[in-house]
Design a protein around this ligand. Structure first.
Ligand code: FMN
Length: 254
């Protein structure tokens, strides 16, 4: 369990942000989903910097409808981790079966698929011990519409990249959606607020591998749909993967 945070907030008003550990472009191109954390708290100074970066994100008309519930080790934090942990275990249990994580290469202990399944299982099993749980929220001022997420998700990505910049790691998940009503009740979230996701943060355990994505020409078009832009060429050393979740031996997944 994480150690207690001091009751008296240390005065950060005269303290500048900490220096980056990586450059901006390097940070953007190397930020992975980190699901394994050391059992240590994230200091207020780092949280302040990470959340400052999040709150500098763009939003429609600069309305800044994003809000962040940052839960560390208070009683509500512990209760929220418990609620989301239970939801996460249900969701992962269903996905593990539906996406056949035990089949095909998943049965081979050191395959990427089996490793992913192990990481996910450890993540959901230890959810109550994540050092920081953040619920990014969107305050609605009109009826829900498809593009509204564009005013909250850029802030989430700022948050994750800033996390990486300071040597921490995090992951965005949708675990909250399974337990939305319980979270609202626990945390007093009003009806006009959309809880847009669940982000966990902490000091990473182990080394992270490279970011793997599809080759740029499959993702970046010029002039016409499906026509790769001629300059869309992956730089040397790029690692690739197909679109996930992992393919099973018997089924081509979405
Ligand atoms: C919209 C969205 C939903 C996601 N939902 C989950 C989730 O429910 N659980 C989880 O463990 N990771 C979730 N992720 C993290 C993705 O699995 C991860 O970003 C992706 O696999 C790439 O990982 P990598 O950067 O380590 O290669 C989500 C990411 C996004 C952007």
């Amino acid at each position: 369990m994480c150690s207690d945070r001091s009751a008296e907030a240390h005065d950060l008003s005269a303290v500048p942000l900490p220096p980056d550990t990586v450059g901006l472009l390097e940070g953007l191109t190397t930020t992975r989903a980190i699901r394994r954390y050391r059992d240590e708290p994230v200091p207020d100074e780092a949280l302040r910097a990470i959340l400052f970066a999040a709150t500098r994100a763009p939003s429609g008309s600069n309305r800044q409808p994003f809000r962040f519930l940052v839960l560390t080790d208070g009683p509500n934090a512990q209760a929220a981790k418990k609620i989301i942990g239970a939801g996460a275990r249900r969701i992962w249990g269903g996905k593990r079966t539906a996406d056949q994580y035990e089949q095909g290469s998943g049965a081979v202990a050191d395959s990427p698929k089996a490793r992913m399944a192990r990481t996910m299982q450890e993540f959901v099993d230890a959810f109550e011990r994540v050092p920081v749980l953040i619920l990014p929220c969107l305050v609605r001022y009109r009826d829900p519409m498809p593009s509204e997420g564009a005013s909250v998700y850029p802030a989430c990505q700022n948050l994750l990249v800033a996390t990486r910049a300071l040597g921490y790691g995090g992951v965005f998940t949708g675990f909250n959606f399974a337990v939305d009503a319980e979270l609202r009740e626990l945390l007093g979230v009003p009806d006009n607020v959309f809880i847009a996701g669940t982000i966990t943060l902490g000091r990473p355990v182990g080394r992270q591998g490279p970011v793997r994505r599809r080759p740029m020409p499959e993702l970046v078009y010029g002039e016409r749909w499906d026509e790769p832009a001629p300059w869309a060429i992956d730089p040397p050393g790029t690692a690739f993967t197909s679109a996930g979740p992992p393919r099973s031996a018997t089924r081509h997944e979405e």
